[in-house]
Ligand binder design. Structure first.
Ligand SMILES: C[S@@+](CC[C@H](N)C(=O)[O-])C[C@H]1O[C@@H](n2cnc3c(N)ncnc32)[C@H](O)[C@@H]1O
Length: 306
């Protein structure tokens, strides 16, 4: 059961979802036809030291058809997770190509972009997450050097995170590329509104935002839902996403929200993202893909025409 001030480490509650996403990235990385490579993901998941996740990591990459019925990390949800990783990687690559050097990753979890992506010199990356989650990642990657000036901001995103961010040297006069990947449904609607309002206030003209959010209940067929639950239970993993998520109905659609703020919104399509990388989404996974919003938004500079 969620509460307004709950907290967690990497093995508990919302924290454990970060392991699931990293396990998927590790799994994708091992495919011969991987559409991205995250060499840190396997190390991070292994550092959790859990037999269950270890078993899942050790599973041989299989065909999409087999994968669909096999497990959560490499099943239906896996296709969306792969798509969103590529989409956000490209978003950051575009942002730095356009001269942005200030990056903020909200709810960074086990995201290793600060380590694995190419960042121009002078790039500062702020990572915000619960203190214990950041501590875990810092320990697990202690012998790796980030590829940018990486600054941790241990904070609950329902609290006064702008102050904590400013205290770490965030400069609101410079354009920023923000990311909220796999975060918003873990916040109540009011906390989402507050978070986005704070973010807009801290965004100089030319700043941009990328996010994803699942809408409503998953459109998994009862059969797929059961297969997913069974596969997870067999692996000894207990994550009940539906218990950790706050309702979709209590919140604004971020696409409309950003458009109302005068930001230029571009919706993304996970199927197209995968198709441009040569990956076809199996028929069974399509309904679930359709329940996820992927978007970027840009705050126009004064001289931009809308
Ligand atoms: C599904 S994981 C996503 C992690 C990362 N963005 C990724 O995609 O790999 C959700 C993350 O959100 C973080 N999170 C959720 N609610 C939060 C809150 N109120 N304050 C800080 N972190 C939060 C969790 O700790 C966890 O790391």
């Amino acid at each position: 059961m969620r509460t307004d001030d709950d907290s967690w480490d990497i093995t508990e509650s919302v924290g454990a979802t970060a392991i699931g996403v990293a396990a998927m990235r590790a799994h994708e990385t091992r495919r011969d036809d991987a559409v991205f490579r995250d060499p840190y993901a396997e190390k991070l998941v292994a550092a959790v030291g859990s037999e269950s996740w270890g078993r899942m990591l050790a599973a041989k990459p299989r065909s999409d058809r087999e994968r669909l019925g096999s497990a959560y990390v490499n099943g239906v949800m896996g296709h969306f997770l792969v798509a969103r990783t590529v989409y956000f990687d490209e978003y950051f690559a575009d942002a730095v190509a356009d001269g942005i050097r200030q990056i903020v990753i909200l709810a960074s979890g086990l995201d290793a972009r600060a380590y694995r992506m190419r960042w121009p010199s002078g790039t500062v990356i702020f990572e915000l997450d619960q203190p214990k989650v950041l501590e875990f990642k810092a320990t697990a990657l202690a012998d790796s050097a980030p590829a940018a000036d990486r600054r941790e901001v241990p904070i609950d995103l329902r609290q006064d995170w702008p102050k904590a961010l400013l205290d770490k040297g965030f400069d609101p006069s410079r354009p920023t590329a923000w990311l909220a990947e796999g975060l918003l449904r873990y916040l109540p609607g009011a906390a989402q509104d507050q978070l986005l309002a704070n973010l807009v206030e801290l965004s100089a003209p030319g700043s941009r935002m990328a996010l994803n959010i699942g809408t409503g209940e998953r459109a998994l067929s009862p059969e797929l839902r059961e297969r997913r639950a069974k596969a997870l239970a067999e692996a000894g993993i207990r994550i009940d996403l539906e218990q950790l998520w706050y309702p979709w109905e209590d919140r604004r659609d971020p696409r409309e929200w950003f458009a109302e703020q005068g930001w230029r919104v571009s919706p993304g399509d996970p199927e197209i993202v995968l198709a441009t990388h040569g990956r076809t989404v199996p028929e069974e996974a399509r309904p679930d893909m359709g329940t996820h919003i992927l978007m970027t938004a840009i705050r126009p500079r004064g001289d931009d025409t809308l």
